[in-house]
Design a protein around this ligand. Structure first.
Ligand SMILES: NC(=O)c1ccc[n+]([C@@H]2O[C@H](COP(=O)([O-])OP(=O)(O)OC[C@H]3O[C@@H](n4cnc5c(N)ncnc54)[C@H](O)[C@@H]3O)[C@@H](O)[C@H]2O)c1
Length: 316
């Protein structure tokens, strides 16, 4: 199959690319490198089944040209920083919703019939059912979550208008190789600058689930390969949940730091839009025979080691 991966040079997208190429597909990576990195995909650059397009999704003429002959779009490109929407009220709208409509419109014009979309547990906001099932209503507390919910609705509508198949996946936080943003990165950067004292958001009590990216990608392809439905919505998470305090301890340990003073700056969550309890129900996914291979602790520690060896630079 000829596939397009938007955001294919990013953290999660590059793992999707690896899997598609390994399965013998032709892959077009469409990425503007705003947060993506060439070294995540450079091992494919000489592959005849691989094509890299360095362009923005707002360049619809380029997108339209590159969409010719594509049969399946994996839409990963987006603004993945949940926190910034509180200060910048338009970035999620532009980068998540408008760019998703660009993708859908160009798919429609080129008669592309399959889309996979990277949604998020943020669509549920501060859900009061745990683990949260897929039929829990949209109650986002961030513009990021709000636009992900809107993107899902746009995808559902285009899919219904034009007989497309849609695969919507609501991820918890992913960890693992090529991780570039999120708590593990933030804590390691701070420790690099001050290995004795660490200032931290919240009071350490918020509880979150997370999942290794390779387990997440395996779940995505399990669903795509097994489902015969036109509209598919699946949570992708872990059955485990842990406190932020534990996560920070694991990062400190994996980073080789000792006797670090943790200064918790807030009560519960202290940034607007954060959700203090994130645990998704995975019953639908597990019915297809999927289960995670790494614990949350293993995932966090291996991510910290990966970042120390590959991502942190002298300037961080
Ligand atoms: N990382 C997570 O834990 C997580 C959790 C839930 C959902 N998601 C979603 O999964 C997707 C991928 O996340 P990620 O963590 O890999 O982020 P990422 O920032 O590493 O990847 C996003 C990629 O999209 C590219 N991109 C962004 N805007 C673009 C544009 N306008 N045109 C072309 N390319 C563009 C970036 O350069 C980057 O390569 C995002 O949509 C994110 O919201 C991620």
């Amino acid at each position: 199959m000829k596939c397009m991966v938007t955001g294919g040079a990013g953290f999660i997208g590059s793992h999707i690319v690896d899997r598609l190429i390994a399965d013998g597909n032709k892959v077009v990576v469409y990425d503007n490198f705003s947060t993506g990195r060439e070294f995540f995909i450079k091992h494919h650059l000489n592959d005849k089944n691989f094509r890299l397009v360095n362009a923005d999704l707002k360049e619809v003429e380029v997108l339209n040209k590159e969409m010719k002959g594509v049969e399946f779009v994996y839409h990963l490109a987006g603004h993945a920083d949940v926190r910034s929407g509180f200060r910048d009220h338009f970035i999620d709208h532009e980068q998540n919703l408008e760019m998703t409509q660009n993708v859908l419109e160009v798919m429609y014009k080129n008669d592309v019939k399959n889309i996979m979309f990277a949604s998020s547990s943020s669509v549920y906001g501060d859900a009061n059912i745990h683990p949260t099932p897929e039929d829990y209503p949209f109650e986002p507390t961030s513009l990021y979550g709000a636009t992900k919910a809107a993107c899902e609705s746009y995808i559902r509508t285009y899919a219904s208008y034009y007989d497309m198949r849609s695969f919507i996946f609501r991820f918890v936080s992913f960890t693992g190789a090529r991780y570039t943003h999120g708590i593990v990165m933030d804590v390691l950067k701070k420790l690099k600058n001050n290995s004795k004292e660490l200032e931290l958001f919240s009071d350490g009590t918020p509880r979150k689930s997370s999942l290794d990216v390779k387990d997440g990608v395996e779940a995505i392809f399990k669903v795509i390969n097994k489902s015969n439905d036109q509209f598919n919505v699946f949570n992708i998470g872990h059955d485990e949940i842990t406190t932020i305090d534990h996560v920070v301890d694991w990062i400190i340990e994996a980073g080789g730091y000792k006797n670090v003073q943790k200064n918790w700056l807030g009560k519960k969550s202290n940034w607007k839009g954060d959700n203090e309890f994130v645990l998704l129900q995975n019953t639908k996914l597990k019915a297809l025979g999927w289960k995670p291979t790494l614990t949350i602790e293993e995932g966090i520690k291996s991510t910290a080691k990966y970042i120390m060896e590959n991502i942190l630079t002298a300037n961080d």
